[in-house]
Write a protein that binds this ligand. Structure first.
Ligand SMILES: NC(=O)C1=CN([C@@H]2O[C@H](COP(=O)(O)OP(=O)(O)OC[C@H]3O[C@@H](n4cnc5c(N)ncnc54)[C@H](O)[C@@H]3O)[C@@H](O)[C@H]2O)C=CC1
Ligand SMILES: O=C([O-])CC(=O)C(=O)O
Length: 298
């Protein structure tokens, strides 16, 4: 029997991440090739014509899984009935800025949108905050939407996680799908700590520790870490725009693993509400290694 559609909200949908993300969702990259979706796209009034253009393209793409599109500048309409909310709306930093430099502009957005989500989203809605500073925005959203369970609010550090996998794969000249269990600890900022101490590479003889295969602790403890920490800035320098396709893809990975479960023996990085585990103070939104098991309940 065909599944009921899942409603997925993307805020900032007329922006560059939104433009990369909505076709991925409509193709089943986020929720699976047999899962119909209804897309809710929110942006602000100055972007409404462009948002409408994205809606026109979604219609033109004739995605079989796409059962409806709501394109709106009304936050209540956008949030109503959504099962998953991917919060991308906000302002990106420019070259030479830190992510915290967009805090004053973006944090107020998350105060305002928290209450709309709390009042109008489906019960058990899962929220992923992408807009920077991602951990702070997620914490603000949590504070201003107290009835959304804290376990349902997360922020994106999967892009940093995937960047770490990519760096190891390039260094060892192995397939990225054979590298797993890197960890991003902390904030989606230049203070994050990319950790390979539990990471492995699949080899014909079984899983081998990354540290042993790389056999260069200086590189792992220095250049590898700063490359991952500074990758967002390197992309901005090269493109004059911040990462978009990799951010969209990471958002799909994050939600897919949350809803459908992480593969056996694999952990991934997510910014989640700290319960004090690993001596991280309770109450922070912090990136940890996580496993998810049948988290759907949507
Ligand atoms: N956590 C992560 O790994 C990453 C986070 N980011 C962050 O994601 C955010 C979006 O990046 P881009 O798509 O490149 O920016 P963009 O500027 O291309 O798009 C942002 C969109 O948000 C809209 N927007 C602004 N205020 C809004 C509001 N109140 N409600 C709804 N929409 C609103 C804008 O009109 C625009 O269409 C930025 O804050 C960026 O720094 C970017 C890459 C990775
Ligand atoms: O660096 C930025 O501003 C955009 C971002 O968060 C990333 O690419 O990781």
């Amino acid at each position: 029997m065909a599944k009921d559609p899942i409603r997925v909200l993307v805020t900032g949908a007329a922006g560059q991440i939104g433009y990369a993300l909505v076709p991925m969702i409509a193709r089943g990259v986020m929720l699976g090739a047999d899962q119909p979706v209804i897309l809710h796209m929110l942006d602000i009034p100055p972007a409404s014509e462009s948002l409408n253009g994205v809606k026109m393209e979604l219609v033109d793409a004739a995605f079989p899984l796409l059962k409806g599109v709501v394109a709106t500048t009304d936050v209540v309409e956008a949030c109503t009935g959504v099962n998953i909310a991917v919060m991308v709306g906000g302002f990106p930093r420019k070259e030479g800025m830190e992510r915290k430099d967009v805090m004053s502009k973006n944090v107020s957005i998350y105060k305002a949108q928290a209450s709309a989500l709390e009042k109008h989203a489906a019960a058990n809605c899962k929220v992923l905050v992408v807009a920077n500073p991602a951990n702070t925005n997620a914490l603000i959203l949590k504070e201003f939407a107290p009835s959304i369970p804290e376990k349902n609010i997360s922020c994106l550090t999967r892009l940093d996680h995937n960047r770490a996998l990519g760096q190891i794969s390039e260094r060892l000249n192995v397939q990225v799908c054979d590298v797993k269990n890197v960890i991003i600890w902390g904030n989606h900022s230049s203070t994050q700590y990319p950790d390979v101490n539990h990471a492995t590479v699949k080899t014909p003889g079984g899983d081998m520790p990354v540290r042993q295969l790389v056999a260069d602790d200086d590189w792992l403890n220095e250049e590898f870490i700063t490359t991952v920490q500074q990758r967002g800035a390197a992309i901005i320098k090269a493109r004059k725009l911040s990462s978009a396709l990799s951010a969209a893809s990471a958002a799909c990975d994050h939600i897919r693993d949350w809803v459908l479960g992480t593969p056996e023996g694999t952990f991934v990085s997510m910014g989640v509400y700290s319960d004090g585990s690993y001596n991280v103070p309770a109450g922070l939104i912090y990136s940890f290694p996580v496993t998810c098991c049948d988290g759907s309940g949507l």
